[in-house]
Design a protein around this ligand. Structure first.
Ligand SMILES: [Ca+2]
Ligand SMILES: [Ca+2]
Ligand SMILES: [Ca+2]
Ligand SMILES: [Ca+2]
Length: 423
């Protein structure tokens, strides 16, 4: 072999190994600067691009219900052998920004309503989280306006979270300042943290040589995908927020005391390639090097789309009066106040909760019937939408006039209908 061929081969290998700007790499320590400025990230790292089907950006900079000064603009994600890098841009004048990460199936937060730090009015669609299909965040990055040192909050168990400051656990920076544009929070989160070493899960660390470089590699579950959603919140405990990225199906309001249901998220596939040779040509448990994170990003439902908050209307009863002491049941049905289209991917994923309360004539609640997860395509369920005429203690109620009141999650409108219990 001539020197010329060797030289060309060396150049070719160097070109093949060089990542494109904005791609993941084995070592991004020379590229990512945690300085509160996300300009080293590119559209190749951006979770949100342009939706050519709808003809609109996937996450606008002006879709916050509180205006452009309280808007999450973009989330960037990339990684190397040691860290998951995360950046989020926007404006949070006097408020907070939070980026939620669901990394581990079968565990995580059901909501932020009762956690011991950063208690906020956000609940999560955890349906099927055991199988990895729902969203139960295991950790989140958060900051407030003017703070330069963001927090990384990790769920320990139930509603118990550990609110960590910058240090050995992670590195971060933020620069949000009132109405200034172009500000960001940025994180470098070690894989051991991403995959919850603190919870006894984490990574299997192994010193090995790959491509003539010897290093400790942090192996996580092969083929892992992480789910991400960002929110703007008000600054105090027990407040919701005006912007969710990606869009949530139920939408947000301008009311900071409304509970926001996070039912949409980005899904980032970290590991499809065999970077170490230990994956038999497939996923090896190492976040892939030299890939475009954007090309690894999908959504539960691709944004943007129209949010819908449903209300129940037109309650129908199968009879005006019934005899529970003879085993009769009252069956009811209702309609949603807005049409849904089974061919619309957003409509087909919309879910809501139904709360049916039965009141007696004195206005006391005698029975509450809950169904937290119902598809908008099938708003009524004959197996559940019925009352056996018994109170919470299982006792058949007295004869008389009763009122059925239906509410749907996220709605303050109530539908009512009265009926008679006879004996
Ligand atoms: Ca930076
Ligand atoms: Ca936005
Ligand atoms: Ca989880
Ligand atoms: Ca890999």
């Amino acid at each position: 072999m001539t020197r010329h061929v060797l030289f060309s081969t060396a150049i070719l290998l160097a070109v093949l190994a060089a990542p494109s700007f904005g791609d993941s790499a084995r070592d991004l320590s020379g590229t990512i600067r945690l300085d509160g400025n996300a300009n080293e990230f590119t559209s190749r790292d951006a979770l949100f691009g342009y939706n050519e089907v709808v003809g609109a950006p996937e996450e606008p900079s002006d879709d916050s219900k509180w205006g452009v000064n309280e808007d999450l603009n973009q989330i960037y994600v990339t990684w190397d052998a040691k860290y998951l890098y995360l950046a989020a841009t926007g404006v949070i004048w006097n408020n907070n920004m939070i980026v939620l990460l669901d990394t581990t199936p079968g565990r995580g937060l059901q909501s932020m309503l009762a956690i011991n730090s950063w208690r906020r009015y956000f609940t999560f669609d955890t349906t099927g989280s055991a199988a990895g299909t729902g969203f139960a965040p295991d950790l989140f990055g958060a900051t407030w306006d003017g703070n330069t040192s963001p927090r990384l909050i990790v769920q320990v168990d139930g509603n118990t979270v550990l609110d960590q400051t910058v240090g050995p656990a992670f590195r971060a920076s933020a620069s949000f300042s009132q109405g200034n544009l172009g500000r960001a929070m940025e994180f470098a989160i070690p894989w051991q943290q991403v995959f919850l070493s603190a919870a006894g899960l984490g990574t299997k660390d192994s010193l090995m040589t790959v491509g003539n470089v010897t290093d400790t590699l942090h192996f996580f579950p092969r083929g892992a995908k992480i789910k991400i959603a960002g929110v703007i919140t008000a600054g105090g405990d027990d407040t919701g927020g005006p912007d969710v990225a990606p869009d949530n199906l139920g939408g947000v309001t301008d009311n900071s005391s409304a509970v926001v249901y996070v039912d949409n998220w980005a899904i980032v596939s970290l590991d499809e390639n065999d970077d170490t040779g230990l994956g038999g040509g497939g996923p090896d448990g190492i976040a892939d090097w030299n890939v475009e994170p954007r090309s690894r990003t999908t959504f539960r439902v691709r944004p943007p789309f129209l949010a819908k908050q449903f209300s129940a209307s037109e309650i129908r009863l199968d009879r005006p009066a019934f005899r529970p002491d003879l085993g009769e049941r009252l069956r009811y049905s209702f309609q949603l106040d807005q049409p849904v289209n089974p061919n619309d991917p957003a409509d087909s994923r919309r879910v809501f909760g139904v709360v049916a309360k039965i009141f007696d004539v004195r206005g006391r609640v005698v029975r509450t019937l809950n169904d937290p997860n119902r598809s908008a395509l099938q708003p009524t369920n004959p197996d559940l939408d019925q009352w056996d005429g018994r109170d919470e203690n299982g006792r058949v109620v007295d004869p008389g006039i009763y009122v059925l009141r239906l509410t749907v999650s996220g709605s303050t409108k109530r539908a009512t209908r009265s009926f008679v219990v006879v004996r």
